[in-house]
Design a protein around this ligand. Structure first.
Ligand code: SAM
Ligand code: DTB
Ligand code: SF4
Length: 315
């Protein structure tokens, strides 16, 4: 296990002829994971829109004029009902996202979050939350309430980051990730590709993820969903093989991590998704919706997995 890959080393992995890159990724995948299994995660937006941050890609930022309707934190029963149906649909992990810079300081609302975590945990699902920046204390309380994983993305390289977000720093993100790790939650951390970044930024992101010791247990790789009204709505589409290369490189330099083919699947062909699985992706979001944007229909996903001879992983 290495945590010190240099930028040129990662680049030389990334730049290999694609068949060689995929071959190497597959070998490492098969050594460390069941190679016929894909983890199914379900996503729910528990607090939507009106976010104070200015992330250029995000439809939920109050800085952008998107046609999204906001809603306050959902109550426990509503969330539990959704989690139950996700479980019936085969999901083993339930991820809840909130459009916040950080969770509310108001105790009553924070307690509601803890109650949600406890109730979803009681269904026997892995509870994942993504609520923005956390203090050490908030992280400890979430862990104690049964939160298994916390998602907080680095999104891109430190160099490209200022083109994406101005309201919080890369350093602040790393700080939250430290608190998550110290509290004993597992870390879910990845990024977005297709935001107009250079290849060196994708490599820079991979290097940052690799430097984390231990590596994040899950690494979501999102393809930018271009939402009208966001500053990134008109970014040109990226060559899909860059996504395949990013996934394969993540698999090689973080052998034990789950690599999640996350947002952006509605724009991908079945063949492109299959290549991502061949490159070592072993987790996806299922369910018709991500947080606010579309995801492939569950029945279509199940068909695709079946056609590829893949099955859903337990746990
Ligand atoms: N507000 C919290 C935060 O930013 O940490 C949690 C929710 S936020 C929507 C979670 C992640 O979704 C972001 O870090 C980003 O990587 C991803 N995301 C948001 N909008 C996206 C888009 N349009 N396309 C791809 N990924 C996106
Ligand atoms: C992650 O990396 N991708 C998910 C999850 N973490 C929370 C979110 C994708 C959001 C895509 C845009 C939307 O649906 O709003
Ligand atoms: Fe807010 Fe998260 Fe969207 Fe950024 S990505 S605007 S923090 S909801």
């Amino acid at each position: 296990m290495r945590f010190d890959y240099s930028h040129p080393e990662i680049q030389s992995i990334y730049d290999q002829p694609l068949p060689r890159l995929c071959h190497q990724a597959q070998a490492i995948h098969a050594e460390n994971h069941p190679d016929d299994q894909v983890q199914l995660c379900s996503l729910l937006s528990i607090k939507t829109g009106g976010c104070r941050e200015d992330c250029g890609y995000c439809p939920q930022s109050a800085h952008h004029d998107t046609s999204l309707s906001s809603s306050p934190l959902l109550d426990v029963d509503t969330v539990v009902a959704q989690a139950k149906s996700a479980k019936e649909g085969g999901a083993t992990r339930f991820c809840m996202g909130a459009a916040w810079r950080s969770p509310p300081a108001r105790e009553k609302l924070f307690q509601q979050l803890l109650d949600i975590a406890t109730a979803v945990n009681a269904l026997g699902m892995q509870v994942c939350m993504t609520l923005g920046m956390l203090t050490a204390e908030q992280a400890r309380r979430l862990k104690a309430a049964g939160v298994y994983a916390y998602n907080h993305n680095l999104d891109t390289s430190p160099e490209y980051y200022p083109q994406v977000i101005s309201t919080r720093t890369y350093e602040e993100r790393l700080q939250t990730l430290k608190h998550v790790r110290a509290a004993g939650m597992t870390v879910c951390c990845g990024g977005i590709i297709g935001m107009g970044e250079e290849k060196s930024d994708r490599i820079g992101l991979l290097q940052q993820l690799n430097m984390m010791n231990p590596h994040p247990e899950s690494v979501p790789i999102n393809l930018l969903v271009r939402v009208a009204g966001t500053p990134f709505a008109d970014k040109s589409s990226i060559d899909i093989f860059e996504l395949v290369r990013t996934i394969a490189t993540a698999r090689i330099i973080m052998p034990l991590s789950k690599v999640r083919l996350s947002a952006g699947r509605t724009e991908m062909s079945d063949e492109a998704q299959a290549m991502c699985f061949i490159a070592g992706a072993n987790s996806i979001f299922t369910g018709d919706k991500l947080l606010t944007t579309e995801n492939p229909e569950t029945s279509k996903d199940m068909q695709l997995l079946q056609r590829l001879g893949l099955k859903s992983a337990r746990g």
